[in-house]
Write a new protein. Structure first.
Length: 207
């Protein structure tokens, strides 16, 4: 069986030449940068054959580090990139998004106070039909808004939607996990919706 990790972040050091996004100090998963080479060693220890790289929010909307890793280790890595879809130039970029070597699609997050409203206030409305038209799969983290994702999936049957982290949120731990599972299972009727089994240790307090 080929084992593929559905989401791994890599990142560079926070420097003036490559500054992290504002308010992202302390948001790295490790105290030091995580390079593609170091990640490969960790994957070998865990028996993981390949991984999907997702640029972390601390690096803003930069995809260059992950794309470089995918070019260097094309048999081990591919990328679901980030984009600021509020910028007008992003509309033109989507047409050729998958022409970038190693780029598979986009990863979107709607779980923070600044991004949560964008899912329903019209900001992202253009994105769903555009991604459907250009065959750009979307990974979406909006755990408490799964019914909204269901509506999007129904309106755009040709759009590939991938629900992040099993549709679970920070509150979906331990005894609350069955309710979270039922919530995401309600999406099973949509053939264009897929689910990432990722971040599983975050949803259990067991050692």
């Amino acid at each position: 069986m080929r084992i593929i990790d559905s989401q791994v972040h890599i990142w560079a050091e926070n420097t003036p030449a490559r500054p992290w996004a504002p308010n992202m100090e302390g948001r790295a998963h490790l105290a030091e940068p995580l390079s593609a080479e170091r990640l490969l060693g960790m994957m070998a220890e865990a028996g993981v054959d390949a991984a999907i790289l997702v640029p972390p929010s601390l690096e803003g909307d930069r995809n260059d580090l992950c794309l470089a890793a995918a070019r260097t280790f094309s048999d081990r890595f591919a990328v679901m990139g980030r984009i600021d879809f509020t910028k007008p130039e992003s509309r033109a970029a989507l047409a050729t998004w998958r022409d970038q070597p190693g780029m598979l699609g986009l990863r979107l997050t709607f779980h923070r106070p600044d991004t949560r409203p964008q899912l329903t206030n019209g900001t992202a409305d253009w994105l769903w039909p555009a991604a459907e038209k250009h065959a750009v799969p979307l990974m979406v983290h909006a755990s408490e808004r799964l019914p909204v994702l269901a509506e999007i999936a129904a309106r755009h049957p040709g759009l590939t939607l991938i629900v992040d982290h099993m549709g679970f949120g920070r509150e979906t731990m331990d005894a609350n996990a069955p309710a979270g599972a039922a919530r995401v299972a309600a999406l099973a009727r949509y053939t264009n919706v897929f689910v990432k089994v990722s971040a599983l240790p975050c949803f259990s307090s067991e050692p």
